[in-house]
Design a protein around this ligand. Structure first.
Ligand code: YOG
Length: 134
């Protein structure tokens, strides 16, 4: 049975989000607001199809993709840079490579016990987020 990320998840920790946002070129005022947020993720997983909706009181971001199929991502409301994204399984981890202007950009999701983990990468910065089921 493959891992199932489906569910509603609330952020409980957010390590080095500031460094990640600086690497993405997010301005100071926006970073000040963003770092106070406690986003919620709704993930719907159906075979190789995924829908990930990240919501907050400030901005929302939604993403739909299929494993192994490269797609254009616009990062609208985030850093607004377009990139080509590809999500694959690496064992039980969901790994996204975001190819574009920013080097070493991507993220990885995995489950650890009852928690959802997310590592966000950009250039030399790594942000580590943990979510618990709502
Ligand atoms: O998740 O891509 O689950 O898309 C990353 C924020 C903050 C806006 C959030 C809004 C990067 C201002 C999405 C936060 C910082 C700061 C809630 C992470 C950029 C702008 C939307 C992400 C993947 C994996 C799915």
């Amino acid at each position: 049975m493959p891992v199932d990320f489906s569910g509603t998840w609330n952020l409980i920790s957010n390590d080095n989000f500031e460094g990640y946002m600086v690497a993405l070129g997010i301005d100071f005022a926006t970073r000040k607001i963003a770092k106070m947020l406690k986003p919620q993720k709704v993930i719907k997983q159906d075979g190789d199809s995924f829908y990930i909706h990240t919501t907050s009181t400030f901005r929302d971001y939604s993403l739909q993709f299929r494993i192994g199929e490269e797609f254009e991502e616009d990062n609208k409301g985030l850093d607004n840079r377009k990139c080509k994204s590809l999500v694959t399984w690496e064992n039980d981890k969901l790994v996204c490579v975001q190819t574009g202007e920013k080097k070493n950009r991507g993220w990885t999701h995995w489950l650890e016990g009852d928690d959802l983990h997310l590592e966000l990468r950009c250039e030399n910065q790594v942000c580590k987020q943990v979510f618990k089921r709502a």
